[in-house]
Design a protein around this ligand. Structure first.
Ligand SMILES: [Zn+2]
Length: 414
């Protein structure tokens, strides 16, 4: 059994009962992305603070009653989630906020927060009796889908744009998926995957269309709240590409609020790169979303046509949050700062939110007496080529103590 009450269209707001619809709203077509809604009264009886205090499953699966899945297979799944939340004292001081927490979601099985959605996708595919799962992605969703499918014995067909970093592409093939590297950008990869899914009837993991992906992604917020003893920070900062992750982050907090487990919903700071920031431009000019260039090193958020705009826009609006864009140079700098001050290695998109916090503090959007949580969405080892832009190349040295002595003095180590 599960606790799903039905689905609500994000455009026309019409509600549907389970089994009444496919993945999208029949009235609004493909743009009619659905939200999963639950029997919250029933959930309230089950999901109490005591329930969580006594729950020994330290993974995102501990939240299964509010993830739209059956409990049947969760013990067979990889351990996804329950990633560490660090009180980042030194980085917090550098950014000028009262208290900063860093959630290192790069420590998931395939190295990114996308495992949260892919795990749910694989379970839903199994529930639907599918044998093959497919998705298009800028890289992380793809490698995580391949990873989770491999563990549960499903076939995976994965579409990536040609610019996907080699680390992520290597992961996909290593997990045994069929890799389609599309000669084009993310838009082209998405289009081809959609046509193939329509033709072959594979289970569709494309995050924007499949409403259950948000149900996985929102678990990051459930963990943050629980790890903070149900006292959430004033802000949560997250990088934004397609819009699904930020939509999930908001839904997680909004549902905890509805269940009476937290007293407020954090303001959400949506961060994009200035090289690809359709949400920031639309919000600044108060106009509908327009297609943007995909010109950033933060490949995971290089999404010119976000596929889930409504959930993302609502997340920022309904939480009284803000949008902000940061240049790639700030993103590269954040990679180095996060590594140096906290010992956490994030990929460019994973640390973009940290650059966003810095700018938001400078602009007075985040006040100095406010607390902030940021989510590092992907591991830096996935994209070492870009990480090298944040560091000095190593110096090769003769095995000679005098030479070493000179070098250490120059560096101020001794
Ligand atoms: Zn609709």
């Amino acid at each position: 059994m599960n606790y799903i009450k039905g689905y609500r269209c994000t455009i026309c707001q019409k509600e549907f009962k389970p089994g009444e619809v496919g993945l999208t709203c029949p009235h609004c077509g493909e743009k009619g992305i659905l939200d999963v809604i639950y029997d919250y009264d029933k959930l309230k009886e089950v999901l109490t603070k005591e329930y969580f205090a006594n729950n020994r499953n330290y993974s995102m699966w501990r939240y299964w009653p509010m993830m739209g899945i059956e409990e049947t297979h969760i013990d067979e799944m990889l351990r996804i989630g329950w990633t560490p939340l660090y009180h980042a004292r030194r980085l917090g001081e550098y950014l000028g906020v009262k208290k900063l927490y860093v959630k290192d979601d790069g420590l998931n099985p395939s190295g990114s927060s996308k495992d949260r959605a892919s795990g749910v996708a694989v379970l839903k595919a199994i529930e639907a009796g599918a044998r093959t799962i497919a998705c298009s992605s800028t890289g992380n969703a793809a490698s995580s889908c391949a990873c989770q499918a491999a563990h549960m014995g499903l076939k995976a067909v994965i579409f990536v744009p040609k610019r996907a970093p080699i680390g992520k592409v290597t992961q996909i093939s290593l997990y045994g998926a069929t890799l389609i590297s599309v000669d084009g950008d993310y838009k082209a990869a998405f289009k081809l995957s959609k046509a193939a899914i329509d033709k072959y009837g594979w289970y569709n993991r494309n995050a924007a269309i499949n409403p259950f992906m948000v149900e996985g992604k929102k678990t990051v917020s459930l963990e943050i709240a629980e790890q903070l003893g149900w006292e959430v920070t004033d802000w949560v900062a997250i990088s934004v590409g397609d819009g699904c992750t930020v939509g999930g982050v908001y839904k997680g907090f909004a549902e905890l609020f509805k269940l009476g487990l937290i007293k407020k919903i954090p303001k959400i700071l949506g961060v994009q790169s200035t090289g690809c920031c359709p949400f920031v431009i639309a919000s600044k000019n108060n106009e509908p979303l327009k297609e943007a260039d995909e010109n950033t090193i933060a490949d995971s958020i290089a999404v010119g046509i976000p596929r889930n705009p409504i959930k993302a826009i609502n997340a920022i609006k309904n939480s009284n949050g803000a949008w902000i864009a940061v240049p790639d140079s700030d993103i590269i700098n954040s990679m180095a700062i996060l590594g140096r001050l906290e010992g956490v290695f994030g990929e460019p998109a994973g640390v973009a939110a940290i650059a966003g916090i810095k700018k938001a503090v400078e602009q007075g959007i985040i006040k100095k007496d406010e607390t902030v949580t940021t989510i590092v969405t992907g591991n830096g080892l996935k994209d070492p080529a870009n990480a090298q832009k944040a560091i000095n190349a190593p110096v090769l040295m003769k095995p000679n103590l005098e030479e070493l002595d000179k070098f250490l003095k120059e560096k101020g180590v001794i």
